[in-house]
Write a protein that binds this ligand. Structure first.
Ligand code: 5GP
Ligand code: MN
Ligand code: MN
Length: 389
């Protein structure tokens, strides 16, 4: 940990030296909420988000905050180690072609819905879930689709001598709808209740014990499960794509983790709702995935169970620039060259692609360096080929 800052009521614990002013202001707002448990933990990849920084961890005994989960509920990473030592450029291109054929990318979805048996099961009857009941048919066509921009499928070479497969995706439009519906509902209820929390903090809450809070938790958990199923389905397609160019290949069980969610966990001897918004759980011995960016290494890590971070770590490198800023400030030829020089099959073609260039993200090695008290590195993965949403 780098620094502890004490605000009026609680503390902020930071795992980075240089936090942007917007994210810091948001961390202070969080720390000044009346129901924060212990302290706000800010991971080394932190940057400004809606209401709460991405790369933030906040626990509460009383409330759940939709904006402290994030709009892409359940977004996360999936990784698989293969028995392959290498893939030729020709083979990589073949795999990418097959992936493009079987996985809808960007905002595309399947023409026909998937079988309902592939969907998560809700703990309560479907018709009691306000948003999901309405969106269910549409969600069937979103299952097994990548989504836009920041989401990706990558083929990597590990320093363990193996080729790895990685998928980054979330709960697609379903999670987005749930997140927005409940954030708006929380705003409206907070207004009716005469909440003292300034609306411009964008941290409207729902008491865990309230009817609205309970329904939100059911819908949120469903979306987390939906996102797991989404990544799993795509990873199966990616494995099939590999098998279509080379055989035999053996695959180890997938690592599939969420980095946008809230869950009840025990911390400091209390049952609390831990919000991880762009943060990965890192309990003792737990395996995590910390991606870098398009053209930089990613890491498979093992948690150290650090209590001060609520047993969490970074979820990636984190953005250094906003999307528009990256398009304005980064040099297209330079960003392209940086990938071409490494022989990476990449997705940077035009200025608009710069929003996802390596230069738009923080230095992943500095992020790893800053969280050595949270995780140890198991495998370093270097990109061979990447498909962006
Ligand atoms: P999110 O968009 O979920 O907040 O962030 C996911 C993380 O994935 C980013 O912070 C960044 O570090 C990482 N990332 C973004 N694009 C790529 C990519 O193309 N390849 C890899 N390996 N990581 C990426
Ligand atoms: Mn996402
Ligand atoms: Mn994500």
């Amino acid at each position: 940990m780098k620094q502890i800052i004490t605000s009026e009521k609680t503390k902020i614990k930071l795992w980075l030296d240089d936090i942007d002013a917007g994210a810091f202001a948001q961390a202070k707002n969080l720390a000044n909420l009346p129901f924060v448990f212990k302290h706000v933990a800010v991971m080394p990849d932190a940057h400004q988000g809606y209401g709460m920084p991405i790369g933030g961890v906040m626990a509460s005994e009383e409330v759940v905050i939709p904006n402290a989960v994030g709009v892409d509920i359940g977004c996360g990473m999936c990784a698989v180690r293969t028995s392959l030592a290498t893939l030729s450029t020709e083979q990589l291109k073949g795999v990418l072609t097959e992936i493009r054929r079987t996985i809808p990318l960007g905002f595309k979805h399947h023409k026909r819905g998937q079988d309902r048996s592939l969907m998560p099961k809700s703990a309560i009857p479907l018709d009691e879930l306000t948003v999901i009941a309405r969106e269910y048919q549409s969600a069937l066509t979103q299952l097994g689709t990548l989504g836009g921009g920041n989401h990706f499928i990558e083929i990597q070479k590990g320093n363990d001598g193996h080729v790895w497969l990685m998928v980054h995706s979330g709960s697609r439009n379903l999670g987005f709808k749930v997140a927005n519906y409940y954030n708006r509902l929380a705003m409206e209820l907070n207004r009716q209740w005469g909440s003292k929390i300034p609306p411009n903090w964008q941290l409207a809450f729902l008491p865990i014990s309230s009817a609205a809070g309970q329904i939100y938790l059911h819908e949120m958990r469903f979306c987390v499960e939906f996102a797991y199923a989404n990544r799993k389905m795509m990873m199966e397609r990616v494995k099939e794509a590999v098998l279509s160019v080379v055989q035999p290949v053996f695959f180890e069980p997938m690592i599939n983790i969420a980095h946008n969610y809230a869950a009840m966990e025990v911390h400091f001897g209390k049952n609390v709702m831990v919000h991880r918004k762009g943060a990965t759980r890192a309990q003792v011995g737990e395996i995590g995935i910390v991606p870098g960016s398009q053209g930089t290494p990613s890491y498979i890590v093992r948690g150290k169970g650090n209590k001060e971070s609520f047993e969490s770590c970074a979820h990636g490198a984190g953005r250094k620039m906003g999307r528009k800023q990256a398009q304005r400030q980064l040099d297209l030829e330079r960003e392209k060259k940086r990938l071409d020089d490494q022989g990476i099959i990449h997705a940077i073609r035009s200025v608009s692609d710069l929003e996802e260039a390596a230069g738009a993200y923080k230095d992943i090695d500095a992020v790893i360096e800053n969280q050595l008290d949270l995780v140890e590195v198991l495998v370093e993965l270097r990109p061979l080929a990447v498909i962006k949403g």
